[in-house]
Design a protein around this ligand. Structure first.
Ligand code: 0O2
Length: 267
């Protein structure tokens, strides 16, 4: 296959990866704005390198004309969660979407690989609209916890270092560290509610403070009474120092009312 063909082939995959990352990131951003818990911590994506595609094709004896059908992870998305329980929620979210169709799933969370690898994989069909028209491509979505991701990243580097022949002593250490990562996930799950409460209230407080500052800025732009704005600002600093969330919420409501009078309320 000629080099220039690769560029043509890979463009829709690059677009798909960019779109999918944005779509999953929007779930994180929306939750943060609403001050609710996001089952997704962060998202990454990549298009498989041509050399890796060729290697996989060789290993699996896939002929060039079947590469796009048989190599399902040319477009790869990785969704990282804080807790094992979040993985199920993300899987559910993916099933409910109508902009992608699940082809099949592999549950390496319940069925740990011999190497120690744990992750949940979903192969989806996804339609991309490029300058050349619409194309239905496949993408692999890997969903895993931070601990699973830490392990997989390290193990992947070692696979490259040793050309997929990791010495047995290191393999054994990797298996032990996979068990440790699994235990870490289990321990974190036990205190999940407490961690989530702390994170949600931190996020909620950050959002309220951002809203207050936004309101103050809008009122300052429009308000005729500079003295009133200064008083509001002083009141905010006093409440912020005090740190009482209920009082900050009440103060923000008060600012909302003033902003409404001045017709400068933000959405
Ligand atoms: P890369 O470089 O990440 O793209 P297989 O038949 O087992 O060789 P297959 O059929 O592609 O592989 O499916 P599988 O097992 O679901 O693996 C798909 C991807 O999952 C791999 O892609 C890896 O990204 C990841 N993965 C699977 N097993 C392991 C493992 O033991 N360790 C790590 N670190 N990652 C793993 P690629 O193309 O192999 O690699």
């Amino acid at each position: 296959m000629e080099t220039y063909m690769w560029r043509e082939i890979l463009i829709p995959y690059e677009q798909a990866v960019n779109e999918l990352v944005i779509k999953f990131e929007s779930i994180v951003n929306e939750s943060r704005r609403l001050g609710t818990y996001s089952p997704i911590e962060f998202v990454t994506g990549r298009v498989k390198k041509i050399s890796s595609i060729l290697e996989k094709a060789k290993k699996k004896q896939i002929s060039m004309s079947y590469i796009e059908e048989e190599i399902e992870d040319i477009a790869g998305i990785r969704i990282i969660c804080q807790f094992v329980e979040d993985i199920d929620r993300v899987v559910e979210l993916i099933h409910k979407r109508n902009d992608m169709e699940v082809k099949y799933e592999k549950d390496y969370v319940q069925n740990t690989k011999k190497s120690g690898y744990r992750s949940y994989h979903i192969i989806v069909y996804y339609n991309v609209h490029t300058a050349l028209g619409e194309k239905r491509i496949q993408a692999e979505i890997q969903i895993r916890t931070l601990a699973m991701n830490f392990w997989a990243t390290i193990e992947h580097s070692l696979q490259y270092k040793y050309g997929h022949n990791i010495p047995v002593a290191i393999q054994n250490r990797l298996i032990r560290s996979a068990e440790a990562a699994h235990m870490l996930d289990q321990e974190m799950s036990k205190i999940r509610d407490e961690i989530m409460d702390a994170q949600n209230s931190f996020q909620y407080k950050s959002n309220i403070i951002a809203d207050i500052l936004n309101n103050l800025q809008n009122i300052k732009k429009k308000g005729d009474d500079i003295h009133e704005v200064d008083q509001l600002q002083d009141e905010f600093y006093r409440l912020w120092e005090e740190g009482n969330l209920e009082k900050l919420v009440a103060f923000n409501k008060h600012l909302d009312n003033i902003a409404e009078v001045y017709r400068v309320q933000s959405l």
